[in-house]
Design a protein around this ligand. Structure first.
Ligand code: SAM
Length: 223
């Protein structure tokens, strides 16, 4: 019987991979990944040789059909998330949705790293709860989302790219947000966690010249 494994891969440091994830990658018939270059580095490091297929936003419906055909033929398919889990801000959740919609239930999670939980674990949040909203919309609905974040009584955690982080911080500042934590390059050489007002953090990042890295932003409620 075919099986689909959703495998959490590192968010930077290649040592952050579970023994079970490595065994799954060694045992499966084929690996699907959003970015095959990233997963290739991991496979080389752990001396794993497997057929590799790209599954990105442009190809996901077609590749989902291919995967369903493989599962029906009894293959073990591994999908590796892009930069950790929960696989909601990458094609993973839509792939699982498509496979479940066909009534396929042999889907297993191989848990592991997550930029979301890594950032929250070092944020020192006073509240025992948070909302996670993935990436903000780029255009339509963005201002409404920012307003909701600024009014939230619960910390809000989101992902942001280096291209939009300054814009986001300025938008949060204008919406009245006063306390933000920014986790940058988690598990990598230049890992850091910066806290302050959105404007202070924007100035600190701007002062370095080009803004680089991957970001998780934690917006704290007003006191
Ligand atoms: N697969 C995960 C998911 O679906 O939730 C994450 C996917 S998303 C494409 C990648 C985003 O995670 C980045 O834009 C960044 O916001 C965050 N991220 C990934 N690695 C990170 C790191 N090392 N440090 C900080 N943020 C990171």
């Amino acid at each position: 019987m075919g099986k689909l494994s959703i495998v959490a891969t590192p968010i930077g440091n290649l040592e952050d991979i579970t023994l079970r994830a490595l065994r799954t990658l060694k045992e499966c018939d084929v690996i699907y990944a959003e970015d095959t270059r990233v997963i290739s580095k991991l496979l080389v490091r752990y001396e794993i040789q497997k057929p590799l297929q790209r599954l990105d936003a442009a190809t996901e419906s077609k590749k989902a059909e291919d995967i369903i055909a493989r599962l029906e033929a009894g293959e073990h398919v591994a999908f590796v998330s892009d930069a950790g889990t929960p696989a909601v801000s990458d094609p993973g959740s839509r792939l699982v949705g498509a496979v479940r919609a066909r009534g396929w239930t042999a889907i297993e999670a191989i848990p592991g790293p997550s930029a979301l939980t890594a950032a929250v674990s070092i944020a020192g949040l006073a509240a025992g709860e948070f909302f996670f909203i993935g990436f903000l919309p780029h255009k339509k609905g963005r201002q409404t989302a920012i307003k909701h974040i600024a009014e939230s009584d619960v910390p809000v955690v989101l992902y942001e790219s280096p291209h939009r982080i300054l814009k986001l911080l300025r938008e949060l500042s204008q919406a009245g947000v006063s306390k933000v934590g920014v986790a940058r390059e988690l598990t990598k050489m230049h890992e850091e966690f910066i806290s302050g007002t959105p404007e202070e953090i924007a100035q600190s990042l701007e002062a370095r010249g080009a803004v680089r890295g991957e970001f998780v932003v934690i917006i704290e409620p007003r006191d």
